[in-house]
Design a protein around this ligand. Structure first.
Ligand SMILES: NC(=[NH2+])NCCC[C@H](N)C(=O)O
Length: 304
């Protein structure tokens, strides 16, 4: 397979879509690695496998409708494999295995059968365990690579901070011709409304020149201002804390003028349609309880 990814919105041809099959029992609070999951574990409202499987199948049906080749991970028993985005990423024609949170390391072997179809010279793995990065923090935007990170001193104890500056430096070495720009994000293990878990939880380009953004997700306001300058204020759709919590920035583009979005995102979906973007609505509120949505559960391999 010949990979090609230059941005988040060109016409999609092939993608990995995660799976909720054999997702395991409801984790304990200690086992969870994000605050929104913890909230639902405590409230007894943690999502169940059959509901999540149904939601993901709805996404698969939309992708098939647009003739996108869909790869699913092999099933690892009792393992949460929903968020395919984080375990690896594709930039240009390179496949990069993430140095992910140790709790999630075993997820990658389920897509080895996909990796086996790629030229081994194009497959990369960071050389040191001190280099951390996950796909949800990395957004490719033509000449730019945007990377979410966390520069707080408590990084080592912060399991919602998944990409460090060593990760940013590593991506820079792989793409010397790109402008790599990092963003220091706000993290909170206590309150999901204050937690920009990954960059794609508070920002994502959409359409040709637009983006969805949550200003308060940026720990360093200069990062937010940089994006305002680059995209232009009139091209940004600002979301509130509650909309970030519901994961509005985490929709998924099939093309510049086609997105998959959650059916309850009324304000966002209206804005998209007003900009002549076709919105394919799916139910994804159960998946959202684990602090991830459509971008998080998809990992594009080929776009035009
Ligand atoms: N790309 C993303 N934003 N992924 C969300 C992953 C959510 C998952 N609960 C985690 O904490 O790892």
């Amino acid at each position: 397979m010949k990979l090609n990814i230059q941005n988040e919105t060109s016409r999609l041809r092939a993608v990995v879509l995660g799976t909720a099959v054999s997702n395991g029992n409801t984790p304990t609070v200690e086992e969870a690695y994000d605050p929104k999951s913890i909230e639902h574990i405590k409230a007894g409202t943690y999502p169940i496998e059959s509901d999540m499987t149904e939601e993901m199948n709805a996404v698969a049906r939309v992708l098939e409708k647009y003739d996108v080749k869909v790869f699913r991970p092999e099933i690892i028993k009792n393992c949460n494999q929903i968020f395919a985005r984080d375990i690896s990423l594709v930039i240009e024609d390179k496949f990069i295995k993430s140095n992910i949170l140790p709790d999630r390391e075993k997820e990658i072997k389920a897509i080895q059968y996909v990796i086996d179809t790629i030229d081994p010279k194009k497959v990369f793995k960071a050389p040191s365990e001190e280099i951390h990065f996950e796909g949800g923090d990395i957004i490719i935007h033509n000449d730019y690579i945007f990377i979410g990170t966390y520069k707080g001193e408590d990084y080592p104890d912060c399991i919602v901070a998944r990409t460090n500056m060593k990760g940013v430096e590593y991506i820079k070495t792989l793409f010397p011709n790109k402008i790599v720009k990092e963003f220091d994000l706000n993290k909170s293990m206590e309150n999901p409304r204050d937690n920009a878990l990954h960059l794609d939880c508070c920002f994502q380009p959409v359409g040709k020149n637009k983006a969805i953004i949550h200003k308060e997700g940026f720990r360093d306001i200069k990062g937010y201002e940089f994006l305002v300058d680059l995209f232009g204020k009139e091209n940004l759709f600002h979301i509130t804390k509650d909309e970030m919590y519901d994961m509005n920035s985490n929709i998924f583009s099939i093309a510049e003028d086609i997105v998959i979005s959650e059916k309850n995102f009324i304000r966002l979906n209206t804005w998209l349609r007003n900009h002549k973007i076709t919105v394919e609505e799916v139910p994804y509120a159960e998946i959202a309880k684990q602090e991830g949505l459509l971008r998080c559960s998809t990992m594009p391999l080929i776009r035009d």
